[in-house]
Design a protein around this ligand. Sequence first.
Ligand code: NAP
Length: 430
Amino acid sequence: MNSPLRIALAGLGTVGAGVVKLLDENRDLIARRSGRPIEIVAVSARDRSRDRGVDLGRFEWVDDTSSLAERDDVDVVVELIGGSDGPAVALVREAISRGKGVVTANKAMIAHHGLELAAAAEKAGTPLKYEAAVAGGIPIIKAIREGAAANRIDRVYGILNGTCNYILTEMEEKGAAFADVLGEAQRLGYAEADPTFDIDGIDAAHKLAILASLAFGSEIDFASVRTTGIRAVAATDIAHAAELGFRVRLVGVAEVVGDRIHQRVHPCLVPLANPLAKVTGSLNAVVAEGNFVGRLFFEGRGAGEGPTASAVVADLIDIARGEAGPAFAMPSHHLEPIGAGEAGDWRGRYYLRLSVADETGVLAELAAMLRDAGVSIDSLIQRGQADAGGVFIAIVSHETDESAVRNAIKAMRASSSVLGEPMLMHILDF
Ligand SMILES: NC(=O)c1ccc[n+]([C@@H]2O[C@H](COP(=O)([O-])OP(=O)(O)OC[C@H]3O[C@@H](n4cnc5c(N)ncnc54)[C@H](OP(=O)(O)O)[C@@H]3O)[C@@H](O)[C@H]2O)c1
């Protein structure tokens, strides 16, 4: 057996402890697959006294996490701290500059600094790997970067946040309100105490920006992801969707349209026949469409100790085998700065839910507003009492420009017949 790959773990939370357990349990198999053992040399986190459910006494504990990058006995720094900036990125920059390999699960850091870090890693001739950063245990980075590397990919999309998918699925099954399901998810530990990054779509946007860069050969552009979370999804939307033949899912979509890239994370109505409609609970799924391979569909656990550790250790095995290559599937200077599509450019079908006064003539008024904006109605249902004393109306449009629907909404906001804020969702027709 060749000399071991020596690693340092920075961060010993859910993922870090999972990596220790996995390297212990599958030690021999991993050594045979890698051609050499993978050995933890040093570990670091904030609180040395915390019980992490694993025996850490075998490893050198380091209080100053940043010093892991300076050690001569470490080949790879595994960054499992988290956060787009701060100690995580400082550690990774330092490790790369000293020629160490880096493995990270940190999507926020890669979404914000991926291009800079990839360029630095190439310059230093050292690997930068982040399989666990997107869709946890699903090997989607490897699939796009290697398996589908020969294809032009013009669209990549999926369910990229397990917390949101869990909440939407629970709302669907129980007919419950968003706030109640979120509260229950927090009690059960399925949602963070501060769930903002998940439910406002930011976590999914980080992952989508990474996928888009990898799939399209474009410079990572997190700032251009138009992001809407699931806070405004009401139980009535889910009931309307079911009646109309859809399920509501938070979907991230990145696509090349002409010479522009559109990146959106938003709740969508997904037709029941679409495989994404069948992705339930906390599962994630990713679809990539290659011009020779066709549609690839991946489903699996997007988070949690085991699946995330599986992805981290897969990266370590690659490095142990000497398989490196550029982080974003091509040298970073080949990644193109492709511009973002304009908001309102997107064509498709739309779902619009309104709470309106229960009076004669209101439907005709709504129909006129839509007609004036150039939006034609495919179906319309009236269902249930709205809170403000009105009734709910759900409308599905024919294919139209997003800007047209937004113009219609502007007119609706100005009407005294429309109570409260209209809810708009895209319909996923691919
Ligand atoms: N959890 C998942 O399922 C999952 C899935 C995919 C990707 N990820 C990503 O993996 C990374 C780690 O996530 P996690 O869930 O394992 O987080 P976590 O449970 O909160 O663990 C974070 C670890 O980092 C340590 N840490 C925090 N600040 C530090 C600092 N300033 N210096 C040194 N150590 C510090 C913490 O130390 P103490 O323990 O001493 O407080 C803790 O051990 C994040 O980037 C996350 O986005 C997580």
